[in-house]
Design a protein around this ligand. Structure first.
Ligand SMILES: Nc1nc2c(ncn2[C@@H]2O[C@H](COP(=O)(O)OP(=O)(O)O)[C@@H](O)[C@H]2O)c(=O)[nH]1
Ligand SMILES: [Mg+2]
Length: 458
């Protein structure tokens, strides 16, 4: 990216709708408006909407009746001179307006290029740009709140404060190495340690937000597991209220994993139905069981389905215990033909810490209770209450983990009073990691990694 061409794209979702927006950004914006827009005055004012007809500059044929929002250089989203053409929704008109612009020597924008230019022009930093993507992708109110907070700069402010503290310590440290610098009176290593500790703990707090914020963003991966024929697929269908997964009286029906989203309150649970856990009868089932184990290892929540007609077996208990009670819910299904008391079974096998529910998928008994337990397990794993600044992308997490490691090294070197050069080396690495999170001096690879996930027009 990085070039100076004027770019254009449709920024609204493709399809039939009341209105669509075509965006233009770059030096040619004013010329395009002058050539194609009947409502362009001789002097355009920023953030003003103008009414008129959009005409093909080549033929002067009217293409649509539009409103144009104009942004002067430095004032709009991209930081460049730009316009947003609000046309009638629908595929034909919107495409014809876009094509008339593209035929005037303007290039179609690449995915995320408007936001990329906003970063390059200092309208936002890279962490804020990542939040722009997150607000578009958000599927729950909390995911919106999280993204909005960071778009406003909550995370960037924290990182900038850390950056300044590290720069201060580095300046003092380097002044103490270079005795010829007389205009700075270096602070003692005790003072430097006092400054460093809150930065380390601040980064630790941010690192702790990564997993819950990912859950808030992506939903909770909730895996249905258990021996064959307990009713996992039936339970998935009962939870969804639709017949998503095949149910059959023959054990070993489900082989491939089947996924569907379930919303409970404001939380999203990505339900994953899996093959029953047993010694496989053939190669396909064996692959299915391997997939089930893979899903279980990374699951946020597990619903372990027990066939209530059979009761708990030693084999079930061997599966359940390593799953951990924090993320596992035991569901005694088929309670219409239940053979033993689930409570007695649970205490006999030492599983009292686990959440337990009984169900009958034939009449949906227990399904609402199951949803409410899911809701409370989910709350413990996502961001609770008022959302503070969080980190939410793998890139941010990797950078801050690096910063943290280097700062801990710097702290221990300061305490041991080792050579200032070594301390300075660790501090510089931490500084670099924090600055890259903000996108300062980010190379093309970093920019590509962030913007490849955007859609065209954003
Ligand atoms: N009586 C009774 N049968 C059930 C119940 N849930 C499922 N089944 C039956 O149990 C068999 C296996 O169900 P399925 O959902 O395919 O089990 P899976 O192998 O664990 O996915 C099917 O014949 C279902 O109709 C239930 O709550 N009560
Ligand atoms: Mg099944």
């Amino acid at each position: 990216m990085g070039d100076q061409d004027t770019i254009a794209a449709i920024s609204t979702a493709k399809g039939i709708g009341a209105l669509s927006i075509v965006r233009v950004s770059g030096l040619e914006t004013k010329n395009i408006l002058k050539k194609a827009f009947s409502g362009a005055p001789s002097t355009l004012e920023s953030h003003k909407a103008y009414y008129g007809f959009w005409n093909d500059p080549a033929t002067q044929k009217s293409l649509d009746e539009v409103l144009v929002l104009y942004f002067s250089p430095g004032k709009g989203f991209t930081g460049e001179e730009a316009a947003e053409i609000i046309c009638h929704g629908g595929i034909e008109t919107t495409n014809s307006v876009l094509n008339s612009i593209l035929n005037s020597g303007v290039r179609l924008a690449r995915p995320g290029e408007f936001t990329y230019r906003a970063v390059m022009n200092g309208k936002m930093d890279l962490a804020q740009a990542e939040s722009v993507l997150e607000i578009i992708q958000a599927r729950t109110p909390q995911a919106v709140a999280m993204a909005l907070k960071n778009i406003k700069g909550a995370l960037s402010e924290k990182l900038t404060a850390f950056e300044n503290e590290i720069i201060f310590i580095l300046a003092n440290l380097e002044a103490s190495i270079d005795f010829t610098t007389e205009d700075i009176q270096p602070v003692s290593s005790v003072e430097m340690l006092k400054k460093l500790s809150p930065v380390i703990s601040g980064i630790e707090s941010l690192l702790k937000t990564y997993l819950p914020s990912r859950v808030t963003k992506n939903g909770l991966r909730t895996v249905l597991a258990g021996k064959p024929n307990g009713g996992k697929s039936s339970l998935l269908n009962a939870l969804l209220g639709t017949s998503r997964s095949i149910v059959d009286e023959n054990p070993g029906t489900t082989r491939d994993t089947i996924e569907a989203d379930l919303k409970v309150g404001d939380q999203i649970f990505c339900l994953v139905d899996t093959a029953g856990l047993r010694i496989a009868k053939n190669n396909i089932e064996d692959q299915g069981i391997s997939r089930a184990h893979g899903e279980l290892s990374s699951a946020d929540i597990i619903i372990y389905v027990v066939d209530g007609a059979q009761g708990l077996s030693n084999e079930d208990v061997e599966h359940i215990k390593p799953m951990g009670f924090e993320r596992t819910l035991i569901c005694f299904n088929k309670n219409d033909i239940q053979s033993k008391s689930p409570e007695a079974e649970i205490s006999r096998f030492g599983l009292a810490e686990f959440n337990v529910v009984t169900s009958n998928t034939l009449n949906s008994h227990g399904v609402e209770t199951l949803k409410s337990i899911l809701g409370s397990l989910g709350l413990k794993r996502s961001l609770g209450g008022e959302v503070d600044s969080v980190i939410s992308t793998q890139r941010q997490n990797e950078n801050l983990a690096r910063a943290h490691k280097s700062l801990v090294e710097a702290k221990s070197s300061l305490e041991k009073k080792v050579s200032p050069d070594l301390i300075s080396f660790s501090l510089r690495d931490a500084l670099d990691a924090i600055q890259s999170t903000l996108g300062k001096n980010a190379g093309e690879d970093v920019m590509d990694r962030v913007f490849k996930e955007f859609c065209i027009g954003k």
